[in-house]
Ligand binder design. Structure first.
Ligand code: PRP
Ligand code: URA
Length: 206
């Protein structure tokens, strides 16, 4: 299932990120802020359970999150979305998966993976700003499932229709959230209009 989170603040901040004249500092800051804004919608249906507490005035049955939350950035660019989400879910743990696209084949090459202990029982939120062909996101979901994840959400900033279709076909059980659904991929597998190479713009590399 695809949800495009349409909010004026997200549209405003994403336009700043798309602008080729926006530098690394502002690019990173707006990515972080959009990650925080998206998390409200992404976590809307997280399960909760009752918990008995005492307010200063009376006994009270409140709620707490029923499961741990693991944020799983796809390195490198996914790292840029972690702190904005952690601000709202400070108890979240972080799983890391590292991969880069081979520039000719566009296939993801995995170079790193590390998971917290309670990963299989947790709500897993995979984050990556860019969903282009979908190869990297599909590989990350494959890896999360291979490590026992039962409940996975995928959060990207900008997606191409090709990537959305590929993820929905490979993993129909994963709810995909985007801040924007763009037009298409170009012949080099870059999203149009997109925002360029997210990893390079976050980290100031080329
Ligand atoms: C980018 C982006 C995604 C991937 C999307 O990463 O952050 O992970 O490409 O493309 P796909 O949907 O076609 O797989 P990149 O390979 O540039 O690595 P980086 O994050 O280290 O810059
Ligand atoms: N990765 C990016 O960083 N940008 C794109 O447009 C496609 C893949």
């Amino acid at each position: 299932m695809l949800t495009v989170i349409n909010h004026p603040l997200i549209r405003h901040k994403l336009t700043i990120m798309r602008n080729k004249n926006t530098g690394t500092k502002d690019f990173r800051q707006n990515l972080d802020e959009i990650g925080g804004l998206m998390v409200y919608e992404v976590t809307r249906d997280l399960p909760t359970r009752d918990i008995q507490i005492e307010t200063p005035m009376a006994p009270y049955v409140g709620q707490e999150l029923a499961k741990k939350v693991v944020i799983m950035p796809i390195l490198r660019a996914g790292l840029g979305m972690v702190s904005g989400i952690m601000d709202l879910i400070p108890t979240a743990q972080v799983a890391h998966v590292g991969m880069f696209r081979n520039e000719e084949t566009l296939q993801p090459q995995v170079y790193f993976e590390k998971y917290p202990k309670d990963f299989p029982e947790s709500e897993v939120i995979i984050v990556d700003p860019m969903l282009a062909t979908g190869g990297s996101s599909i590989a990350a979901i494959d890896m999360a499932k291979a490590h026992g994840a039962q409940s996975i959400r995928l959060v990207c900033l900008v997606g191409a229709p090709e990537g959305v279709n590929a993820v929905e076909k490979a993993h129909p059980d994963v709810h995909l959230y985007l801040a924007a659904l763009d037009e298409r991929l170009n012949e080099h597998g870059y999203i149009i209009p997109g925002l360029g190479d997210a990893g390079d713009r976050i980290f100031g590399t080329k």
